[in-house]
Design a binder for this molecule. Structure first.
Ligand SMILES: Nc1nc2c(ncn2[C@@H]2O[C@H](COP(=O)(O)OP(=O)(O)OP(=O)(O)O)[C@@H](O)[C@H]2O)c(=O)[nH]1
Ligand SMILES: [Zn+2]
Ligand SMILES: [Zn+2]
Length: 227
């Protein structure tokens, strides 16, 4: 089974792009399932189900969804194998911008939309910087000049990635992504694989539920600003 990680800011068009890609892959007889990682709720389950795509949702609750991802990814792979999938795609909504689900040796894709603003590529961090392929969506609602500046900034944030433009509404531009997924090697386990980026975590009293403000309540890994 092939494994692909797809990450990107909320509402950037991940599900739209994945669904168009799956439609293409189905034509080639490839069976695809999705695991969606989200925080509190996800409407994606219904969307994938309606499209006939096997879907499993993981809700991270209070945890960072990427930390939750890495604690569960091996079980996700087992699920995909049990479902007899040819390809398992994980979708995660990189909320904190500091974490990244991408794994060494596993195709990692970042989806980002032109509406997020030209400074966003620089701010997004490792899920963009350390991805193999970057998909830019929503080019249909900005000007040609904005599209070009945005793509330039994306290329500067990650010079080694392939950058492609996909219209998430129509699916236009999806073929190179489907091809990349088709050609990715098979995986039967991610045990002993490594993340591409160490996930920062504070492990301070606030991680453990503290809500009071003041030095007396701050324990563990606390970083102070300098003035
Ligand atoms: N105009 C336009 N709209 C798009 C495009 N791609 C996606 N959308 C719209 O953007 C919205 C969000 O798309 P989704 O595919 O749900 O985005 P997502 O990244 O999966 O969202 P979450 O999983 O909730 O983080 C939907 O209303 C899509 O129809 C695009 O290329 N152009
Ligand atoms: Zn989605
Ligand atoms: Zn995080």
């Amino acid at each position: 089974m092939k494994l692909v990680t797809v990450a990107g800011p909320p509402s950037s068009g991940k599900t739209s792009v994945i669904l168009h890609t799956i439609r293409e892959l189905k034509k080639a007889g490839i069976s695809v399932g999705v695991i969606k990682f989200d925080c509190i709720s996800s409407g994606d389950e219904d969307t994938y189900q309606a499209a006939g795509v096997p879907i499993h949702i993981g809700l991270a609750g209070n945890l960072c969804p990427d930390h939750y991802f890495v604690s569960n990814i091996e079980e996700c792979v087992s699920w995909g194998l049990k479902e007899n999938l040819d390809l398992l795609i994980t979708e995660s909504a990189g909320l904190c911008n500091r974490c990244s689900p991408h794994i060494r040796g596993i195709l990692g894709i970042c989806v980002i939309d032109t509406l997020s603003g030209i400074n966003t590529p620089k701010k997004i961090g490792p899920m963009l910087r350390l991805s193999d392929m970057i998909v830019i969506t929503k080019g249909d609602i900005v000007s040609q000049a904005e599209r070009e500046v945005f793509a330039f900034r994306v290329g500067r944030a990650n010079p080694s990635a392939k950058v492609i433009k996909i219209n998430g509404l129509t699916g236009q531009g999806v073929l190179p992504l489907a091809d990349e997924m088709k050609n990715t090697p098979d995986t039967i386990t991610v045990n002993d694989c490594s993340l591409r980026f160490a996930m920062p975590a504070a492990l301070c009293s606030y991680c453990l539920g503290e809500i009071r403000i003041g030095r007396d309540y701050q324990m563990g890994n606390v970083k102070r600003m300098e003035f």
